[in-house]
Design a protein around this ligand. Structure first.
Ligand code: ADP
Ligand code: ZN
Length: 605
């Protein structure tokens, strides 16, 4: 039986407590409800789950959700149950009885959603079990795993089209956050989608504020950033190496933060424990390599900090996208410096990969560096990279909030290029800077570099300043690294007009990155006055208590946004409580009275 538009809105409100659809959700849902194959592309945090959870409620029969992550299935099922939706999963973690119980729930119609791993769904026993059920929809999550072009290819995904042959009439919904065209075409082809409706949502994550600073003292900068903006909140700090992950986690603990490390080299038990803590502790900071990634579903991650440069914009966007899935104000903060540029280029050049791959990887890295060095809106740069039009200024990134000036660095450029040239284009940045600053080191004397005309001509600038100039000249292509073992610097053709004084060299103004933006609070969608702050804290404490009682993550009870909304609306009865974002009937029944009591107490005190 077909449901009408108002039914869909009704379900969104009554089960999820939301007032409206986001992005293309509604169009995607309508496409599925009309029986069409559908491909939905939405950024991380865009709200893909509702695109199949809601049709599952509205359609007769069972919705089969194929997901690569067994570890997430339990969370999904718990989350749905909090919204009064019965779902089950069938995977290798279940014992005989549990499996039987889940199957019975599906057979009796008690559960309308089943999560399965790709290998499980193709198992002949499962296929015959599904045939007995009335399958309404196959939803294939992380659908880019079907494509070799994607970065997370899975062999089992390749076979999913076989389901088509068994269930020719059941529509397929493929969902992914990977936007490039090759992957998109591949998904349609591999899954044999039949004239699919394709929906590509905007990649803009308006609630995320982007800022990128120069590295000065990374722990000090990180500490300042967290204390000023994210005290007692949940965040992820990404580092390139395992060693650094452990070092930074220890430093943060020493500074009094609730921080844990996460990387693939840790014992499985420790990793699982830390992952678990991440799910339930409200103020946890996870310091991690990119091994901590897929499977982060927590909606209230308030910041993602990068202490090392990602290798590509895709990586950066995916990682930063883990912040603020709940739509609340969040930050993506990164620091970088000359060392990153050199280290990443070196790693790239010294791999045995074939030249075509290297060229591709080098382009990706250059685009990433371009983002860092950009003087204009970061969001515009990012969206442009993904082929999307957007305003020239977003008003919510460091470049828009604190525009950086350029300065004429022609004279300094000439000094630097001359120093590189006169020392034979065979020394690294450290030595070149020593020459410019007139260092008395033994190495300088030995090489008689104190005899050169360029010796000491750059004394007025600090080492850090020269490092910045070198970094910018490297990314802008004026100089390059000529020997990867010694990281020696050499000149490129671009230097010539500068040295001759025929062209000017414009660089980003140097100012300390320990700057005001650190102290500027992230914009909040609601402004709490003092009394509301107190109420928010009490509601948060109540949420934590209930979460502990039930053994589920606090965010599954209510999101931060719901609590903020309660502070603003101050509901006095159930009807008013239902107006709060994220409060549907099921949550009202389960928690409404407790939260209403807490709000009432605040009002009378
Ligand atoms: P992803 O696209 O990354 O899978 P999710 O489905 O996990 O995103 O959704 C991210 C968050 O957004 C969740 O907390 C979800 O409840 C919330 N959300 C989804 N749709 C809406 C909506 N229409 N209104 C408000 N919040 C929504
Ligand atoms: Zn901007």
């Amino acid at each position: 039986m077909q449901k009408s538009k108002s039914d869909i809105h009704e379900l969104l409100k009554s089960h999820f407590g939301y007032d409206g659809f986001r992005l293309n959700q509604q169009a995607i849902i309508e496409s599925i409800m009309s029986g069409q194959d559908t491909l939905a592309i939405m950024p991380t945090g865009g709200g893909k789950s509702i695109c199949y959870q809601l049709p599952a409620l509205a359609l007769d029969g069972v919705t089969v959700v194929i997901s690569p992550l067994i570890s997430l299935m339990q969370d999904q099922v718990t989350g749905l149950s909090e919204n009064g939706i019965e779902a089950v999963y069938l995977n290798s973690s279940l014992n005989f009885d549990e499996r039987k119980q889940a199957q019975e729930k599906l057979e009796s119609g008690q559960a309308k959603i089943v999560y399965m791993a790709p290998e499980g769904v193709l198992n002949p026993n499962q296929v015959s079990f599904l045939r007995e059920l009335d399958v309404a929809l196959f939803a294939i999550d992380e659908a880019h795993c079907v494509s070799q072009w994607g970065h997370e290819f899975r062999q089992d995904y390749r076979r999913l089209f076989e389901l088509r042959e068994v269930f020719p009439k059941v529509p397929f919904l493929a969902l992914t956050a990977t936007a490039d065209e090759k992957t998109r075409d591949d998904i349609c082809a591999q899954l044999r989608l039949n004239k699919p409706n394709i929906f590509i949502s905007s990649f803009d994550r308006a609630n995320i504020r982007y800022s990128i600073q120069e590295r000065e003292s990374e722990i000090v900068q990180l500490e300042q950033f967290i204390r000023a903006n994210h005290q007692d909140q949940c965040g992820i700090v990404y580092c390139l190496s395992r060693k650094k992950v452990e070092k930074v986690a220890t430093e943060l603990q020493r500074l009094g933060f609730n921080a844990v490390p996460y990387h693939a080299g840790l014992p499985k038990r420790t990793r699982e424990r830390n992952q678990r803590r991440f799910d339930v502790e409200e103020n946890l900071i996870v310091v991690a390599t990119i091994a901590f990634g897929m499977g982060i579903d927590r909606p209230d991650v308030r910041f993602v900090a990068h202490l090392d440069l990602p290798k590509s914009i895709e990586g950066y966007y995916q990682e930063t996208g883990r912040a603020g899935r709940d739509g609340e104000a969040s930050q993506a903060w990164m620091i970088y410096g000359l060392a990153d540029v050199v280290k990443l280029s070196q790693m790239l050049e010294q791999t045995d990969a074939d030249p075509k791959y290297k060229k591709h990887a080098r382009e990706k890295l250059n685009q990433m560096l371009g983002l860092c060095e950009s003087l204009t809106c970061r969001r515009h740069y990012l969206l442009d990279y993904f082929g999307e039009d957007s305003p020239k200024e977003c008003g919510n990134c460091d470049a828009c909030l604190e525009p950086q000036d350029q300065w004429d660095a022609t004279k300094e450029g000439q000094m630097l290029f001359s120093a590189i040239y006169r020392t034979g284009q065979s020394f690294g940045a450290g030595h070149v800077i020593d020459v410019l600053r007139g260092s008395k080191s033994a190495k300088i004397k030995e090489r008689r570099h104190d005899q050169l005309s360029v010796y000491g001509i750059g004394q007025s600038l600090s080492k850090t300043d020269w490092n910045r100039i070198i970094r910018q000249c490297l990314t802008l292509g004026y100089i390059r690294i000529t020997d990867w073992d010694y990281r020696s610097l050499g000149l490129t053709e671009l230097c010539r007009p500068i040295l001759r004084g025929e062209d000017t060299l414009m660089l980003k103004k140097m100012k300390s990155s320990m700057k005001a933006i650190n102290r500027k609070k992230a914009p909040s969608t609601v402004h709490l006055d003092h009394g509301e702050d107190d109420l928010f804290a009490r509601l948060r404490a109540l949420r934590l208590e209930l979460a502990k009682e039930k053994g589920i993550p606090p965010y599954m009870i209510f999101s931060d946004k719901s609590l903020h909304d309660m502070c603003a609306i101050k509901p006095e009865n159930s009807d008013q409580m239902l107006m709060v974002h994220g409060v549907g009937q099921s949550k009202l029944d389960a928690y409404g009275s407790k939260f209403l009591d807490e709000i009432k107490q605040g009002a009378s005190s």
